[in-house]
Design a protein around this ligand. Structure first.
Ligand code: C5P
Length: 397
């Protein structure tokens, strides 16, 4: 598994602070974490801390109607590869054993079809109490992995088993459950991708745009992340959801896209898929331009936008592999060859957009490099992405 997804339920105990370190370790290892904070957990760590560390929204309540529409508590429990309860308090273990579902955390635990790892932390007497012993035995019999707590001095001043195992030991337990980030061909690489159109404002309500849907660029981002890369996706205005494990930066205009690309450097690979507007309107109007009834049309003066790809190729921080795209309607390969030289890119991926490629699901591309041209058959954009990512990994290896 390249980027395992872990749903982390943080219960209400002093050891909750160690769940922050666990989030950090999972992220560092290449895993993804979504946190659920119980009411008790929120007395010890904040949703803000967990959100910042996990780079994901933190869920706290079952009665969040927006989430019910968009995702639902059932999906939340199913999207994960593993559910980790850390710290698992005596109360959480008891509810899990009895099948009680009276808040978001316990509802998810009852609804999930994924393996569950519970990491207990509690006072030594509570751990040794017959009720807890019974609950742990019940959970283990129903295939929940319950770790044994560490032995030592406790926050309450007593001594014995009940301390939360250290986060590295929890990571080992996660790996033992088969949930280990596996290296992919792009592990350790940073891939920077632009996608979608840009919008160039005419006035506050009008803009110049193009038909790019962003689908090919998003598919490449998804394939690069699946290959283990850290992916930054600079996206123009598109209606697409962010692929898992991808850091997305939304922009509107070419100039915003250029700054976002610059800010995302350094990168090992840059794939500039965006259909950047070549021109923007000189002197965007501050107010909506009005018809004056005379029939006169406003003059639209255009100025050239920065060429993000060409500037990146000239930059001192040029990624080792820079891939440009060329959407053409005629002489596809010849134009791409000219573009390769003019822009200074390593490859130009040329596609014929005279049909319904823009917005469509399939693409026919030619990979143009100084060494020659490789033409791929028409295939879904996801397969084009996989083919490109495979060649990128080979080129860097
Ligand atoms: O010059 P043309 O727009 O055909 O070149 C296409 C390639 O250059 C694409 O990779 C596109 O993302 C990139 N490009 C850019 N900035 C521009 C124009 C194009 O990065 N202003």
């Amino acid at each position: 598994m390249v980027h395992p997804k872990i749903l982390l339920i943080v219960g209400g105990g002093i050891a909750a602070y160690k769940s922050c370190e666990l989030v950090r370790l999972i992220r560092k290892a290449g895993g993804e974490v979504t946190c659920v904070l119980t009411e008790g957990g929120a007395k010890f760590v904040t949703a803000m801390t967990l959100a910042a560390l996990s780079e994901n929204p933190v869920h706290t309540t079952l009665w969040d109607l927006k989430n019910e529409v968009e995702m639902g508590h059932i999906q939340l429990s199913r999207q994960a590869d593993l559910v980790v309860v850390c710290p698992a308090t005596a109360d959480l273990l008891a509810k899990m054993a009895a099948g009680i579902a009276d808040d978001l955390a316990t509802t998810l635990l009852l609804a999930t079809d994924k393996p569950v790892l519970a990491v207990p932390a509690m006072n030594v007497r509570m751990w040794q109490h017959a009720a807890t012993r019974r609950n742990v035995a019940t959970l283990r019999a129903s295939e929940v992995t319950v770790l044994d707590p560490d032995e030592g001095a406790m926050a309450c001043g007593e001594y014995g088993p009940g301390r939360l195992p250290e986060p590295p030991a929890i990571m080992t337990a996660i790996a033992r459950m088969g949930i280990q980030p596996a290296p992919g061909p792009l592990t350790g690489r940073h891939v920077l991708i632009t996608a979608g159109p840009t919008h160039e404002a005419i006035d506050p309500v009008r803009y110049i745009a193009n038909r790019s849907s962003g689908k090919q660029g998003f598919a490449i981002a998804q394939a690069a992340a699946a290959a283990g890369a850290r992916v930054t996706l600079v996206a123009g205005p598109v209606i697409l959801s962010t692929p898992a494990g991808v850091t997305r930066i939304d922009v509107e205009s070419a100039r915003e896209m250029a700054s976002a690309v610059e800010a995302a450097l350094p990168a090992d690979i840059a794939v500039m898929v965006a259909a950047v507007a070549d021109w923007r309107v000189a002197g965007t109007a501050d107010h909506k331009i009005k018809k004056d009834g005379s029939g006169a049309v406003p003059p639209l003066q255009l100025v050239e936008n920065p060429d993000i790809l060409a500037e990146l190729c000239r930059s001192s921080r040029r990624p080792s592999l820079v891939v440009g795209f060329a959407a053409e309607t005629e002489q596809v390969v010849a134009h791409a060859q000219a573009k390769l030289a003019r822009k200074g890119a390593d490859w130009i991926v040329a596609n014929d957009v005279s049909g319904d490629v823009m917005g469509g699901e399939a693409n026919t591309v030619h990979i143009v490099t100084p060494a020659g041209v490789e033409s791929l058959n028409e295939m879904p954009k996801a397969l084009v992405a996989a083919a490109l990512v495979e060649r990128m990994a080979d080129a860097l290896a």
